[in-house]
Design a protein around this ligand. Structure first.
Ligand code: AKG
Ligand code: FE2
Length: 330
């Protein structure tokens, strides 16, 4: 399989098991952000250029709000399949509900998960009714906006470091524009309690880099499986993977491919995947809540030195969606 995007061709080489390696994922506090911005920007830059993953503390999203979003997520996925099927992800789109439909270019097999994606301007007809799931829309919209605000703080630090105006990325992710395409995802990895041995050979999520500028991921303590491999180590040889600790309240962040392009590769997108639990580990479901800061459709992604041809964020995302969700509607 060959793709038009270099990012996709790179991804096809990442499907093997690899080895594991201990690495420290730095925790960076956003406390007192305005006063400490230069110091925080230094820490974010160091983490992003060294390991490529970091976790945020003191980010301002209250723990109760995170817990509430996870509770809503569990309730949503507990709805009968025929109710969820009323809100499907249509072919070529990146919003709505999908069940085991995402096939990663790295593995060629479907991730063992279901997900619901919220892209705010595109949700007409895709919200479960208040009768089906009371409070869902208000809870998830507020959570989406809270994540957006944290994402823009981090991106404004990167803008400072890259010599862009401080609000460069905030404008490129303007939520009041109809072209807004940042996405709040809710994921349910299926429980493995009664699974057969052969079911453990696949992936909960196959290895990939994210399509976006920046991902903000909420995990729950005890529901692990996320592994990372630094982008700069991902071009050759056997890959070494590190478990990322799941801690409720910390936001795990990684750089995506859009920001790699926008920074001429100074900020590298990072490989990650979600492995199956081992038989001796927790075998219940894993829920996770990633928010993808995906530049608005009309934003032009330009490498400052011209190392890559310019591409609109719409075209960039559409090509990634087509490669990952080819199965939908078949
Ligand atoms: O659930 C996770 O921990 C990771 C999800 C992920 O990588 C994605 O949806 O892009
Ligand atoms: Fe991801």
């Amino acid at each position: 399989m060959s793709y038009a995007l270099k990012e996709l061709n790179r991804e096809t080489g990442f499907g093997g098991m690899g080895i594991t390696k201990d690495r420290e994922v730095p925790v960076i506090s956003l406390a007192n952000f305005e006063a400490r911005k230069a110091e925080i920007a230094d820490q974010l830059w160091k983490a992003s250029t060294e390991i490529g993953f970091f976790q945020l503390s003191d980010h301002g999203i209250p723990l109760e709000q995170i817990d509430e979003a996870f509770e809503m997520t569990a309730r949503f996925f507990a709805l009968p399949q025929e109710v969820k099927a009323k809100y499907p992800m249509a072919k070529g789109t990146n919003y709505g509900w999908e069940y085991k439909a995402q096939v990663r270019p790295s593995t060629g097999t479907a991730d063992n998960k279901e997900s619901f994606q919220i892209t705010v301007p595109k949700m007409a007809g895709l919200w479960p009714s208040g009768e089906e799931l009371p409070g869902f829309k208000a809870c998830m919209l507020a959570f989406e906006r809270a994540n957006w605000a944290v994402g823009m703080k981090v991106l404004s630090c990167f803008a400072d470091k890259l010599g862009f105006p401080a609000d460069f990325f905030t404008e490129a992710h303007d939520p009041t524009s109809p072209e807004y395409q940042s996405t709040q995802r809710m994921i349910h990895y299926l429980p493995m309690v009664d699974a057969k041995p052969e079911d453990f050979t696949g992936w909960r999520a196959g290895a990939h880099t994210d399509y976006d500028c920046l991902t903000l991921l909420h995990q729950r303590t005890g529901q692990g499986g996320l592994q990372l491999c630094p982008g700069k180590e991902a071009d050759g040889g056997e890959l070494a993977w590190t478990d990322v600790p799941p801690v409720t309240g910390l936001i795990t962040c990684n750089i995506g491919d859009m920001l790699s392009r926008w920074s001429d590769g100074k900020l590298q997108s990072n490989l990650h995947r979600v492995r199956m639990p081992r038989a001796d580990e927790y075998l219940g479901p894993r829920y996770s809540l990633p928010f993808f800061c995906q530049a608005n459709r009309d934003a032009l992604i330009q490498a400052p030195t011209g190392s890559e041809p310019p591409i609109t964020a719409k075209d960039f995302l559409d090509m990634r969606i087509a490669a990952n969700f080819a199965k939908i509607g078949m």
